[in-house]
Design a binder for this molecule. Structure first.
Ligand code: THU
Length: 135
């Protein structure tokens, strides 16, 4: 495991511990590696009006943009499930797609083991800004 991936996975595990999820009790953590080597984290933030919940991946994207990053290399995502690799929800896949089709996605288990996949694998035939440009 490269040191950078190890750090990314470790940061997403730390972010999961910050999750605000009193309703689902399902903590999720995410960590984005930006093109310039910064790591920006996110966790899920729930709300009593359940539909207003924001997933960990989207929290991380929003933080990254506010901090001036829009070029991303990879994202690591984790939850508490120990016996399988869990991918981002469909809405988050679409939000990640906004910032490029060729991201690496690391699906991490609580023990730090991970599976490498990609956004194009997770969201094939995606709708993106490239389609809008054709009109
Ligand atoms: N959740 C995420 O943070 N990311 C996902 O990709 C899937 C779901 C959160 C939302 C909610 O707080 C909890 O997990 C249960 O759905």
């Amino acid at each position: 495991m490269s040191d950078q991936v190890k750090e990314l996975v470790s940061k997403c595990l730390q972010a999961r511990d910050m999750a605000y999820c009193p309703y689902s009790r399902f903590p999720v953590g995410a960590a984005i590696l930006t093109a310039d080597g910064a790591i920006i984290t996110g966790c899920n933030v729930e709300n009593a009006s359940y539909g207003l919940t924001v997933c960990a991946e989207r929290t991380a994207v929003q933080r990254a943009v506010v901090e001036g990053h829009t070029q991303f290399r990879a994202i690591a995502v984790t939850c508490d499930i120990k016996d399988r690799f869990v991918g981002p929800c469909g809405a988050c896949r679409q939000v990640l797609m906004e910032f490029g089709t060729d991201w690496i996605v690391y699906l991490a288990k609580p023990d730090g083991s991970y599976k490498e996949t990609s956004l194009s694998e997770l969201l094939p035939l995606a709708f993106s800004s490239a389609h809008l440009a054709k009109n």
